[in-house]
Design a protein around this ligand. Structure first.
Ligand code: SAM
Length: 288
């Protein structure tokens, strides 16, 4: 489909514009979002119309007109073509998610990572998802793995509402427990020492919130999935840069740990990378 779109657009768009638009749109349910930073409006509208011709299921095309920002990690959208609506139904990993793409964070580019994490969870585990959004990681884990309990926290009331709906739609009620609030406070007041595994899918705050992830783990320890954004030149390794920062933080709180695995999740811009570390923590930290 992308190849067909590229061929169609190459007749009307200059090569530089074509490359930008072609590499930078996502489809979430029946909504497409073109993320190029500086869209020339006329070209963006041409591309939007072609996306709707080729992807017959797409009913709406937006241009993302701001970076993802603020505590809720949301973005501004400008309608380019089709119906003016921001709510859609998205299917992934055998689950369905209702999402408002303007009022909640959402990225289909994390689908592989969500499946990878669900594959690591064992039956009967207690999981804390500190930054759950509309509940994708949490619901997929609960759907794939029997007898799990996933405490699923988000500070955005709209994302929390959609998370509640997604728990119902996917019939994981009781296995996923949606909690509204700041992950720091929710863990301190309700979730200390209960988790086998903690997910931290908010790179901007992961280092600051790492002590609270450790606080949520059982006294014998467990797993933390730590996400980060790193700038790295050709000579640098973004995963090693994340490891260095995390190792410094863990040394400060006196934690025994090992980096069991690590990888680049995706590229997020020129020389920018999203990384993940799977950290195995043993026992309680000495400096809590
Ligand atoms: C990058 S999104 C995570 C999305 C989600 N894990 C997914 O796969 O779609 C980060 C989420 O963290 C939430 N958030 C930001 N600060 C928070 C905090 N202090 N406590 C809990 N949630 C927070 C935002 O509202 C946002 O939904």
């Amino acid at each position: 489909m992308r190849k067909r779109l590229q061929t169609k657009l190459s007749a009307t768009l200059p090569p530089e514009q074509l490359k930008k638009i072609y590499n930078s749109f996502d489809i979430v349910g029946d909504i497409a979002i073109i993320k190029t930073a500086t869209p020339n409006l006329e070209n963006a509208e041409t591309a939007a119309n072609q996306i709707m011709v080729i992807h017959k299921n797409v009913k709406t095309v937006f241009a993302q007109s701001s970076p993802i920002k603020g505590d809720f990690r949301v973005r501004q959208l400008n309608l380019l073509a089709g119906e003016n609506k921001t709510i859609t139904l998205y299917k992934e990993n055998g689950c369905q998610f209702r999402v408002d793409v303007e009022k909640c964070y959402f990225s289909p580019r994390l689908s592989h990572e969500r499946a990878r994490i669900a594959d690591l969870v064992e039956s009967g585990e207690v999981v804390v998802n500190m930054f759950a959004g509309v509940g994708c990681f949490s619901v997929i884990i609960a759907k794939k793995v029997s007898q799990t309990k996933v405490y699923s926290i988000d500070v955005n009331p709209t994302a929390f509402e959609y998370m509640q709906q997604n728990v119902k739609v996917n019939r994981v009620y009781g296995n996923v427990v949606p909690l509204l609030g700041d992950a720091k406070e929710v863990i301190q007041t309700k979730l200390q020492g209960i988790a086998d595994r903690v997910l931290m899918p908010l790179p901007e705050k992961a280092l600051e919130y790492l002590p609270y992830a450790i606080m949520a783990l059982k006294p014998e320890g467990g797993w933390i999935h730590f996400y980060d954004f790193q700038h790295a030149t050709r000579e640098e390794n973004p995963v090693e840069k994340t490891k260095t920062q995390v190792a410094q933080k863990l040394a400060c709180i006196g934690t025994d740990y090992r980096f069991a695995s690590s990888r680049v999740v995706r590229s997020t811009g020129p020389n920018w990378w999203q990384t993940v570390l799977d950290i195995q923590v043993s026992g309680k930290p000495s400096k809590f």
